[in-house]
Design a protein around this ligand. Structure first.
Ligand code: ZN
Length: 407
C-alpha cells in the first residue's frame, strides 16, 4: 500500500516520497485573524488534520507548520476602523476563538504556529537575498519581486506569464512603480500612522507572500514535502511563494506536493461577511457534537467544493450514530493487518479519499451493530476512526502538537 497524492503542480497524482524517508514536513497557510473564521476554514484545517494523522499512522514523523498572518492590509483596516485598537489585541481575540473552534473539532495543534510579526528579521533577510539573486528591485522604499526574471513563474498555475497577467490579481498595489504587471511587493513603505519596522530600504512592513516563504524556510528548511492551503491561494500567493523560495535558495522544487482544498459554499453561494451568509463552526457545534461536524467535513473529498445546506448535518445523523455507537462498543486491541484496515488504507492511499473510507467504515459499523461482524471488526473500526481524528473513537486530542511515528 503506497500513499499517492495529487499535486496541483503538474496536476498529477504521484506516490508520496518525502525528502527524508520517514519524515513529512508540511506547511499550511493559516488565517489572517482580523475577523471571525467560518465553516470554510474548519473544512480546510480538518482535512489537513486528517492528512497529518494518516501520515502518522503510516509511520511518518510529521512536522506541521501553520502560520498566522498578523500584519497585512486587513489587519490595519480593522485597527483603524476600531479607532486605532492595537493589532495584537485584534489578532489575539480572533485567534483565540479560531483555535478554540479547532480544538473542539479535535484538530491537532501545529508543531509550530509562527506569527509573521515575530519573523521580521527573516523576512528582511529573505527580501535582501532575492534582490541579491537578481529577482528583486527597489523603487523608493518599496521592494518588488520581478516575475519576469524567474523562469518558472506560472508553473503552478500551468500557464504562461502573459496568460496570468490577464487574471484578476489582488497583488496590484502600487502599479505605477512596477516593471511588470505580475511583479509583487516583498517589502512596502508604510505611512507613519501604520505599523512599521526599520529595514535597509527604510521603514516599512512585509509584502504578503514573503511572510510564508520566510516562515516555511525558518521552520522547515529550504524545501518542504507538502504545502497546503485553499484553492483560492494558487494564484498569486502560492505561485509567488515558489518564485521567492526557488530564487532565494536555488533549490527546485520548493515543495514536493501542492495540496489544495476546495471551497465551501452556502447553498450555492460563496460565504462572505458582506453577504451576511457566514456559517460558523461554533454555531453548528452548539447543535451537534463536534465529531458530527467533523464527519460532515470529512465526508467530502478535500479537493471537491462542498456546498453546505441546513439539512446536511441531520442527513448524516444516522451514520454518525452508527459509527460512534459501534466504535464505543469495541473491546480489546485492534487486530494487525485486518481486512477492514487494508480496505481503509486503500481508500486513503488514493489521494485521501475520506468519503470512500467513511462509506466502508459505515458498512462495518452496520455489521457490528446487527451482529454479523467478525470478532475483531469493531476494534479495527475504532482504530480507523481514530486515525480520522474522531474523539469518540479515542483519537489523540488537540494538545498533541508533535507526532512521532507510531500506531
Ligand atoms: Zn501562505
Amino acid at each position: 500500500m503506497t500513499l499517492r497524492l495529487f499535486s496541483s503542480l503538474g496536476n498529477e497524482t504521484r506516490e508520496f516520497k518525502p525528502l527524508v524517508p520517514g519524515e513529512a514536513r508540511i506547511y499550511v497557510c493559516g488565517v489572517t485573524p482580523y475577523d471571525v473564521t467560518h465553516l470554510g476554514h474548519a473544512f480546510s484545517y480538518v482535512q489537513f488534520d486528517a492528512l497529518r494523522r494518516y501520515l502518522h499512522a503510516k509511520g511518518f514523523a510529521v512536522r506541521y507548520v501553520q502560520n498566522v498572518t498578523d500584519i497585512d492590509d486587513d489587519m490595519i483596516m480593522v485597527s483603524k476602523r476600531e479607532g486605532g485598537r492595537p493589532i495584537a489585541e485584534i489578532r489575539d481575540e480572533n485567534d483565540a476563538i479560531f483555535r478554540n473552534d479547532l480544538d473542539r473539532l479535535n484538530v491537532l495543534r501545529p508543531t509550530v504556529y509562527p506569527r509573521a510579526t515575530d519573523h521580521i528579521p527573516q523576512i528582511i533577510e529573505s527580501t535582501r537575498e532575492i534582490v541579491a539573486q537578481g529577482c528583486g528591485y527597489e523603487v523608493d522604499g518599496d521592494v518588488f519581486f520581478e516575475a519576469g526574471k524567474f523562469p518558472g513563474y506560472g508553473k503552478l498555475n500551468g500557464v504562461t506569464i502573459a496568460e496570468l497577467a490577464k487574471r484578476e490579481n489582488p497583488e496590484s498595489k502600487r502599479e505605477w512603480k512596477k516593471r511588470g504587471p505580475l511583479d509583487f511587493l516583498l517589502w512596502q513603505r508604510t505611512e507613519p500612522d501604520e505599523p512599521r519596522w526599520d529595514s535597509p530600504w527604510g521603514p516599512g512592513r512585509p509584502g504578503w507572500s514573503i511572510e510564508c516563504t520566510a516562515m516555511s524556510t525558518t521552520h522547515l528548511g529550504p524545501q518542504i514535502d507538502i504545502h497546503g492551503g485553499g484553492r483560492d491561494l494558487i494564484f498569486p500567493h502560492h505561485e509567488n511563494e515558489i518564485a521567492q523560495a526557488e530564487c532565494m535558495t536555488g533549490l527546485v522544487p520548493f515543495t514536493g506536493y501542492w495540496m489544495h482544498n476546495g471551497m465551501l459554499q452556502l447553498e450555492g453561494v460563496k460565504m462572505s461577511k458582506s453577504l451576511g451568509n457566514l456559517v460558523l463552526a461554533r454555531n453548528l457545534m452548539s447543535e451537534v457534537d463536534p465529531d458530527h461536524l467533523r464527519l460532515y467535513l470529512l465526508n467530502h473529498h478535500y479537493r471537491t467544493d462542498a456546498d453546505y445546506h441546513t439539512y446536511a448535518l441531520p442527513a448524516l445523523g444516522g451514520m454518525y450514530e452508527r459509527l460512534s455507537t459501534a466504535a464505543q462498543a469495541a473491546t480489546g486491541s485492534p487486530p494487525a493487518g485486518s481486512a477492514l484496515r487494508r480496505a481503509f488504507e486503500d481508500a486513503m492511499d488514493n489521494d485521501l479519499d475520506t468519503p470512500a473510507a467513511l462509506a466502508l467504515l459505515d458498512e462495518a459499523a452496520q455489521r457490528v451493530l446487527n451482529g454479523t461482524a467478525a470478532d475483531d471488526e469493531a476494534a479495527a473500526l475504532r482504530e480507523c476512526l481514530a486515525i480520522l481524528g474522531f474523539a469518540f473513537a479515542g483519537a489523540r486530542g488537540p494538545a498533541t502538537g508533535h507526532l512521532e511515528p507510531g500506531p
